[in-house]
Unconditional design. Structure first.
Length: 252
């Protein structure tokens, strides 16, 4: 009998100071990934933006926002974001922006990612509350302080009422509105789907067939072209967060 995916992930991460987060080029057909959860079915993206993180180095197609706030590493078919800074000035909240690895997307899109959040000091455990999270984000590339604009869905440590949580956040003119939903484990698939001005956020446990909807945010202020990608942040100090992603998929 093969070893369960979750056990393989914990065994691998237990020996790493950070679990690597990688980019792979822009082939329109993605190969099956190996990653810490074993092989997964290949997926395709007509945008040519999906990434299974199997390449030897981060693809030059990826761009960075605030790269000094996090370490991006690759290895073993995964990409890891490890925050290097924490606190109010290094997070995605109100008039602050954290680190972001992104691609520029125009028009309607769906983006999903398999995300794993861990405590950097105890890699078999979720990050400790409060406010240590990572996931998907779509931002207005033209917005500047004090008028920052984005939506995101993230996984990790919430607050005392939801110590392991999915976060649903929208930020309009540097004013963030967020909701935590308690979840059983710090491993999940996250999704943002844009349809015109509507941004539908959702999550599901790994391997689950059905998505669990979060909120839908109507954002007519956001332009046609957005920066869309992966982020992580910790409002608490020290950061004690490692976010690992083993695939990101872009589709219509």
């Amino acid at each position: 009998m093969s070893e369960p995916r979750s056990r393989r992930f914990l065994r691998r991460c237990a020996g790493l100071s950070l679990c690597a987060f990688v980019g792979t080029g822009v082939s329109t057909t993605q190969s099956a990934g190996s990653g810490p959860f074993g092989r997964v079915a290949p997926r395709t993206s007509p945008f040519g933006l999906s990434d299974d993180f199997e390449a030897a180095q981060l693809s030059s197609a990826w761009r960075f926002e605030n790269p000094g706030l996090a370490q991006f590493a690759q290895g073993g078919g995964v990409l890891t974001i490890t925050p290097l800074a924490s606190g109010p000035s290094a997070i995605w909240f109100n008039d602050a922006e954290g680190p972001l690895l992104y691609k520029r997307v125009t028009g309607d899109f769906t983006v999903s990612a398999r995300v794993h959040a861990r405590d950097s000091l105890f890699p078999s455990a979720p990050p400790p509350a409060p406010y240590r999270l990572g996931g998907l984000l779509a931002r207005n590339p033209n917005s500047t302080s004090p008028d920052l604009d984005w939506v995101h869905v993230a996984l990790g440590a919430g607050d005392a009422s939801a110590p392991v949580a999915v976060e649903d956040k929208t930020t309009v003119d540097s004013q963030s509105d967020y909701v935590f939903q308690a979840v059983a484990t710090p491993d999940a698939e996250l999704r943002i789907r844009r349809r015109g001005a509507s941004f539908e956020l959702a999550w599901r446990p790994l391997g689950a067939p059905a998505w669990s909807p979060l909120r839908t945010h109507v954002r007519p202020d956001l332009p046609a072209t957005l920066d869309v990608g992966l982020m992580a942040y910790s409002a608490s100090t020290p950061a004690r967060l490692v976010v690992t992603v083993d695939e990101i998929v872009f589709s219509p």
